[in-house]
Design a protein around this ligand. Structure first.
Ligand code: E4P
Length: 288
């Protein structure tokens, strides 16, 4: 059951509804779920089909994705389900918006994942005006988080998430959890309309430290939810010290969130790489 001192919402990161059922059985609650093209490609039904050599047509894969998120919604109707648009380096904001409108109509509790790129932010500005909830993904810097805040100003709290990918920063020797504490610090000056969703969680310590720091949401893969459950799904207290190992610190920057978002350099190598990988995982499912 939900620990009484738990403030952070716990999302499951995955594309397999069977894991959602398992997580619900284990901890008794799941506050939402995040999916992405790579996670949908790992869905067991999709994998079995690919192993039989039966790729999807474009419309089949969309209807498969729709069915998966439909099932997730029936399992966690009160939660939020993140559904990601297809985007590569050439996808324009208008094309993202078309997909966002379609995906947002699939289920009543969707947040649409848009990349934290120039086109993704343009799409987010427009999406928010049309009442589409967004989850800005592939965020690796404080500048990107500031740009998300500014581009979505005026949105209701709960309608905008920003997803910093901490594990991928750790993978290249930087302390991803520093980015979480830096964004929390920066957002203290704001109006609270953007919720921070700690993503790309690789181990139980990431999960626990996100709770300790007070991230609004953490999305963790099933195996980490299970590990958390096995350790008594506790919220770490003041005695908890995050072991940052020999990861390089990421310094806090005093950014001015009253500027226009276009003033910030929002480019990041990992955003570009991540976009390309999501696109190629998605395309690998589709018949030529
Ligand atoms: C969730 O929203 C993200 O897409 C996911 O956490 C990315 O995780 P990864 O870096 O392990 O692929």
């Amino acid at each position: 059951m939900r620990p009484t001192d738990l403030k952070t919402r716990i999302f499951l990161d995955g594309g397999d509804p069977d894991e959602t059922k398992e997580a619900l059985k284990l901890i008794g609650f799941v506050d939402g779920q995040t999916t992405n093209p790579s996670l949908i490609a790992k869905n067991p039904v999709a994998r079995r089909r690919m192993e039989r050599g039966e790729k999807f047509t474009r419309s089949e894969i969309l209807s498969f994705y729709r069915d998966v998120v439909g099932e997730l919604t029936s399992l966690i109707p009160e939660g939020s389900i993140s559904v990601e648009v297809y985007a590569d380096s050439k996808t324009a904001a208008d094309e993202m918006i078309k997909q966002a409108e379609e995906m947002f109509s699939w289920i009543p509790n969707a947040h649409i994942k848009l990349p934290t790129t120039h086109e993704g932010l343009k799409a987010a500005e427009q999406a928010i005006k049309s009442g589409i909830r967004v989850n800005m993904t592939l965020c690796f810097t404080q500048e990107q988080a500031a740009a998300v805040y500014i581009a979505t100003k005026g949105a209701r709290k709960g309608d905008v998430y920003v997803s910093p990918f901490i594990g991928r920063l750790d993978d290249r020797g930087e302390n991803g959890m520093d980015l979480i504490s830096n964004i929390i610090e920066m957002y203290k000056k704001g109006d609270g309309h953007v919720e921070l969703l700690t993503a790309s969680v690789r181990n139980l310590d990431h999960h626990l430290y996100a709770l300790k720091l007070g991230s609004d949401i953490v999305t963790s893969p099933f195996k980490i939810i299970r590990e958390w459950f096995e350790k008594g799904n506790f919220v770490p207290g003041n005695d908890y010290i995050y072991d940052k190992k020999n990861l390089k610190p990421i310094a806090f920057k005093d950014l001015d969130m009253t500027r226009s978002w276009q003033d910030f350099d929002i480019s990041h190598e990992l955003t570009d790489k991540g976009l390309a990988k999501f696109a190629s995982d998605w395309n690998s499912l589709i018949k030529e």
